[in-house]
Design a protein around this ligand. Structure first.
Ligand code: DQQ
Length: 578
């Protein structure tokens, strides 16, 4: 086990605030007042192709799975108000294409002694014979976090609308020596040659974050393994752990139980104290239950997303042999704003996820089905962006768009010398906001920009050299994304592990009214931001490519599309999108 230190960062005071408001101040069983659902003209921040609920609160993705032609997506939901409340339900929607979603009644409500105070996060497993089962955390009568099992009532119902909670619940209780509220979020199960199923559950002992490992032959009786699958001193509680294999020689995904010499394993943990989803890549041996990561967990470790993205979950899609990832994208506005909007929370656009060829990190890319929403393509090639220039991308709806651009740098020897080792890229991006000129950079795009540029979200790159090697930095600057005050306008930043001598610097950005989801370096570095423009709304939003550096850069290729509105969670009498 690693003893590596990871300390609380306090980057997202939201988590602390939420914790205090919900667990300390909220009376038990109180649920928020029924929220007002404003008319569409009052709703500039509702999205068009990101998963969200018509009203009230949504947080973590739960139990995503594919079953008999239908994708199922469940989510943490407070059906009584637009703020978090511990007495969670599992919202449920279904889709045939992962783009359009039909809402169903909640799959789980807090009704039984083993979940009466909340049905918290969990995961799906498809058992042999094509039988889905669900494991989830219940908050019992004493607010203890226990693990529960549920199965669909009728496997012939393509929607799997009704779920039956196992009468023997809870199937796993809080381990000795662990606090009653530090034990949650069972993973998807995997099995090894010995026929035993395994799951992990997030926890902590004192400040040591960990994933407890459990094994079972029948999915009902579970025994805790002698040591956690992994633990890291100082990392605080781990929520929503995920553990899955990735192919070393292919971008295809594999089922969670695949184990051979052609896979490595990924352990993901949502580190509550800093509100970040970190992952480790390593080797797993089911005989001794050792997981040996390639690197230790630190604050600078690999993350799925260096912006707003938490408590994610992946699943294997057997239709297209891929692994798909979705994460909760929280609001950056206030509780008062949540009441005014009547809703809170988005899910990231579904991403395919695979191991990079260099085996050092994962790569993510919006699922290919997104293409069905594309219209009005505009594209051009080989346009030079001179120092200080701005080029508007016209002909698309800039508030609802997909833009994919590649930048080519010549004269790289002119790059500024700067040693960025040991530098926190987010801090660097905050200090070097998009208005600060360098040589190569900042260049990139301005999303959701007002015509006078008083509002803009800049997603940009800077390139430096040190001892003959180049470092590429990607920033997402929200400091000018809205003229409103009282928003979290944290600037995000991360390195992109590419060599600009060999590779062009690519940026793909999904823009959807109040979310800007960016994929740098072909999906090696992802940054998601929530923004709340007041001017750059609807037709008043503009999109620009820009170069504020003193060296020119070449746009070798740019394609941008308007994106059609998907049918997401709209009740329709004709059966809707589904
Ligand atoms: N959200 C759930 C918990 C989980 C947390 C409660 C992560 O199960 O640990 O809504 O955001």
């Amino acid at each position: 086990m690693s003893n590596n230190k990871i300390t609380s960062h306090g980057q997202l005071p939201f988590f602390i605030l939420t914790f205090i408001l919900t667990f300390v101040m909220a009376p038990p069983h109180h649920v928020g007042s029924e929220s007002r659902l404003a008319s569409p003209s009052d709703q500039p921040y509702r999205t068009s192709f990101h998963f969200q609920v018509p009203k009230n609160w949504m947080n973590d993705p739960n139990g995503p799975m594919y079953y008999n032609g239908v994708y199922h997506f469940f989510y943490q939901h407070n059906p009584s108000g637009p703020l978090f409340h511990p007495r969670m339900y599992w919202g449920h929607s279904v889709s045939r294409d992962l783009i359009n979603w039909t809402p169903l009644d909640p799959a789980f409500a807090p009704t039984e002694p083993f979940d009466i105070n909340g049905c918290w996060s969990g995961s799906a497993t498809i058992l042999p014979g094509n039988k889905p089962v669900m494991l989830y955390t219940g908050l019992d009568t004493e607010n203890c976090q226990v693990q529960n099992l549920a199965v669909p009532k009728d496997l012939s119902d393509p929607h799997l609308r009704e779920w039956v909670k196992h009468t023997g619940n809870p199937i796993i209780n809080v381990p000795d020596g662990i606090k009653h509220d530090d034990f949650r979020d069972p993973s998807t199960a995997w099995h090894a040659d010995d026929g035993k199923w395994r799951i992990i559950v997030g926890s902590r002992r004192e400040g040591t974050g960990m994933a407890f490992l459990y094994r079972s032959e029948d999915f009902v009786n579970w025994s805790m393994w002698e040591s956690p699958l992994y633990e890291v001193a100082g990392s605080g509680i781990w929520e929503c752990p995920d553990f899955f294999p990735v192919c070393v020689d292919s971008n295809n995904g594999v089922d969670t139980s695949v184990m051979n010499s052609r896979v490595k394993h990924v352990l993901k943990m949502a580190a509550f104290d800093c509100g970040r989803d970190y992952y480790l890549i390593g080797n797993y041996n089911p005989e001794n239950e050792h997981f040996v990561p390639q690197s230790e967990l630190t604050l600078g470790s690999l993350r799925y997303d260096y912006g707003k993205f938490y408590a994610s979950k992946s699943f294997f899609d057997p239709v297209k042999n891929r692994r798909i990832l979705m994460g909760w994208v929280n609001e950056s506005d206030s509780d008062e704003d949540a009441h005014a909007k009547g809703w809170s929370g988005l899910q990231s656009f579904p991403r395919s996820i695979w191991l990079d060829q260099n085996q050092k990190q994962l790569v993510q890319w919006p699922i290919e089905e997104f293409k069905m929403l594309h219209e009005n393509e505009v594209s051009f090639k080989n346009k030079s962006l001179e120092a200080g220039s701005l080029h508007e991308i016209l002909g698309i709806t800039a508030s609802q768009a997909d833009v994919n651009v590649s930048f080519k740098l010549t004269n790289l020897e002119e790059a500024e010398e700067l040693d960025l080792s040991g530098i926190d890229p987010q801090v660097f991006c905050s200090e070097m906001d998009a208005s600060k000129k360098g040589k190569f950079g900042p260049f990139g795009i301005l999303a959701l920009a007002s015509h006078d540029l008083s509002e803009q979200t800049a997603i940009s790159f800077r390139v430096y050299k040190n001892n003959g090697r180049y470092t590429v930095l990607m920033c997402s600057d929200q400091s000018r994304s809205s003229t409103r005050n009282g928003l979290d306008k944290t600037t995000y930043g991360a390195f992109v592990d590419i060599d600009p001598q060999q590779d062009e610097i690519s940026l793909r950005t999904l823009i959807d009214h109040s979310i800007v989801e960016s994929f740098g370096g072909g999906g090696k570095t992802c940054i998601t931001a929530r923004v709340y423009p007041t001017l750059a709304i609807g037709d008043e939003a503009h999109l620009f490519a820009f170069n504020y550096g003193t060296e020119s850069v070449l746009i070798s290729e740019l394609s941008a599309w308007s994106v059609k509105k998907a049918h997401i969670n709209i009740e329709e009498t004709n059966g809707g999108a589904y």
